[in-house]
Design a protein around this ligand. Structure first.
Ligand SMILES: [Zn+2]
Ligand SMILES: [Zn+2]
Length: 399
């Protein structure tokens, strides 16, 4: 292994126990979208203590930016972005393992910084602390605020059941549907009321019936967020929240039109008024940069990672991520890595796995693979131009 990579791996190993403490701290204190104050504090304090130049509350109160660069940086020296996520899910805590994503970002950055400091390569690393991945779209806000403009490429990795260097993440659009009817006494004068809950139930059922005409790659899942206040009042207001997902933005539009038919049909049948709004903060599908991904795989194999080769698993559809939007701004990778579990994300089983020593060790292993891939890019800056040109092609052919 090249000396710079040995150095980066050693730097990551040196931080092992500090990173373990941070991961457990974040796991023990799950915080929801845009409210990740504890995580923001422990992550930025660590980065500051390691000599990164840190901007707390960067563009958003719980986002941050931490930078390190080599001395006498040259003009064509690459700037590599490393993303951290650290928000949790309501009620089930860190069931997506973002405590691990947070320390993975720190580990990659520490590995890179050691090599940049030694002057072996020229370049810059920018760690971006990204709040609200689980809804809220922190990265979308950061894109709008120009946070990615100085970066050439971006990388992160997400814990999962499998080692998938190019996972399938689909486009997602949340929609809130509100039915408004008329309250009345449910026993003495039900005929005077207009039942908004019935409208919401019909809407939910219409979507369920419509599934037969959905493509196998489309997903719609919803919950009732309002359904009346008391059984003896005909519900005046009812509300549903659906997530609509499809592999491309174009298909997502087709799916959205079908959903609107279900909303309006239920309103007409019940006599309710309906309002719906597709959230403008939609998540885009993920574009993986092949060249960057191959560097991650080659370096991963060098540290003993076995990547998935079962075609069914390679094409397995995942969820959605705001890294999808980032992947359309600059060449990016967002691989999934295995925690040696059969439990899928967003379960209490996965949450408990995300706290284990084994999950921690696997996280640092993948951090080494990413840091080593970054070193390849610093050593051969012309790779950046190739990645950018492939990225432009990919964007064109995706439309
Ligand atoms: Zn998640
Ligand atoms: Zn996640």
């Amino acid at each position: 292994m090249e000396a710079e990579k040995v150095k980066a791996c050693a730097a990551i190993e040196r931080e092992d126990s500090a990173l373990r403490d941070i991961s457990l701290n974040i796991w023990d204190n799950p915080e929801l979208a845009f409210d990740e104050h504890n995580a923001h504090k422990v992550l930025t304090n660590f980065l500051q203590s390691k000599g990164f130049s840190v901007e707390k509350g960067f563009k958003l109160p719980t986002a941050f930016k931490a930078e390190a660069e080599s001395k006498n940086i040259t003009e064509n020296a690459p700037t590599i972005g490393v993303m951290c996520e650290y928000d949790a899910l309501p009620e089930i805590g860190h069931a997506c393992g973002h405590n691990l994503i947070a320390i993975l970002g720190l580990a990659v950055a520490c590995g890179i910084k050691d090599v940049l400091d030694s002057g072996d390569v020229k370049g810059k690393v920018v760690v971006l602390g990204c709040p609200a991945e689980e809804g809220g779209g922190g990265k979308l806000e950061l894109i709008k605020a120009g946070a990615y403009e100085e970066m050439d490429i971006a990388m992160m990795a997400h814990p999962s059941q499998f080692n998938l260097p190019k996972p399938v993440y689909v486009a997602m659009s949340p929609v809130t549907v509100t039915f408004e009817g008329k309250a009345s006494h449910a026993s003495s004068a039900p005929w005077d009321g207009i039942n908004a809950l019935d409208a919401a139930v019909m809407c939910y059922q219409s979507v369920a019936c419509m599934r037969q005409q959905f493509k196998p790659t489309w997903r719609v899942h919803g919950i009732f967020t309002k359904g009346g206040v008391k059984p003896n009042i005909i519900p005046e207001r009812a509300e549903l929240l659906f997530y609509c997902r499809a592999p491309t933005s174009k298909e997502l539009k087709v799916l959205q039109r079908k959903m609107v038919g279900c909303f309006e049909g239920a309103a007409a049948a019940s006599g309710c008024k309906v309002k719906y709004e597709f959230d403008p903060l939609s998540y885009d599908s993920l574009l993986t940069n092949d060249k960057l991904s191959s560097l991650y795989v080659a370096n991963g194999e060098a540290v003993g990672i076995e990547f998935e080769n079962d075609p069914l698993r390679l094409g397995k559809q995942g969820g959605s991520t705001d890294m999808g939007n980032v992947s359309r701004v600059l060449p990016s990778i967002h691989p999934k890595y295995s925690l040696h579990t059969e439990a899928s994300g967003h379960t209490t089983e996965f949450r408990d796995i995300a706290k284990t020593q084994e999950a921690h060790d696997l996280t640092l292993l993948h951090a080494k693979a990413l840091a080593m891939a970054a070193i390849d890019v610093y050593k051969t800056p012309s790779l950046v131009a190739q990645m950018k040109s492939d990225f432009q092609q990919q964007l064109k052919s995706d439309k």
